[in-house]
Design a protein around this ligand. Sequence first.
Ligand SMILES: Cc1ncc(COP(=O)(O)O)c(C=O)c1O
Length: 348
Amino acid sequence: MSYIRPNIDQMHGYVPGEQPQVPGLIKLNTNENPYPPAPAVLAAIRSAVDGRLRLYPDPTASGLRQKLAARYGFAADQFIAGNGCDDILNLCVRAFCGEGDRLAYCQPSYSLYPVLAEIQGAKTVAIPLDEDFQIGKLPKLGDVRLALITQPNAPSGVFLRKPDVQRLIEAVNGVVVIDEAYVDFAGENCLDFVREYDNVIVARTLSKAVSFAGMRVGWAVGPIALIAALHKVRDSYNVNRLSQVGAEAALDNWAYYEANVRQVCGTRDRVTAALVKRGFVVLPSQTNFIFAKPPAPVTAKRWFDGLRERKVLVRWWDAARIRDFARVSIGTDEEMNSFLEATYETLR
Ligand SMILES: Cc1ncc(COP(=O)(O)O)c(C=O)c1O
């Protein structure tokens, strides 16, 4: 007899992007922000490193929730903070989708979703995206307890048309969580659906636009009843003291991050144009990464391997629908110039 639950015994577990410690490596594989946190944010964290670390943090991150409420125009009780957006997604699965229940997500999208479903023992329902990586014809979704939608989607980088997202919300009787991890790099968002529907939650992260991946802060906003359910399920102190201090300071220094986002988007558009000129297919990205297909006869795998040999790390999946593409995070202009040079060499 195994001590382990059968579904955990049989599953593979989520595989995050590598974090290799190779000197000189250009790391474009996990969509981190290439720019550091704002100096005032680092100063705030440093000044909180003192004897108060012996105390537990605020269990509900109330200071952060109040700042989020003021920025986004909801009540503080409509927010929950988490140890990254992944924590929030995990809480949603725990709270809204029981063993044997149906959990839907777009295919392709964030590969953590089926793993969370597997841990919970939930049944998955794929919503296949069309050839433009948009939501097309929907499968039957009425009895779905939870739908997880990435907006803009990953790894495609494509912003899903809002009327299609709305159609999906209306087809689902359970909860719809819109994972807006990359939305700060997009021109639109889905927060208005939180105002319109009693079953919609939007989840976000400070890991991407706010250069805080190492500090692990995410949050969600939604109807009070649903957010209250997530609070019941979470770890009592799921956002540590320094992360709360840093996240609050980040919200007070928003203009710094907006400037970084503009810079990243400018670099993204320049790199996209350079690749298109060399015959790549690059999907229209509203994120801090691009999803690109090299010109034949070069395969995405060969491009990925060629970049790796030149100490440039991007992400490639040997999976249906996406194996012809590689995903490239947007780094600094200097990093992206090296990436382009390495790319041109692999095409020769
Ligand atoms: C779609 C999506 N959602 C959530 C996350 C996780 O964000 P966090 O670092 O806040 O856990 C990621 C990270 O890459 C992501 O791609």
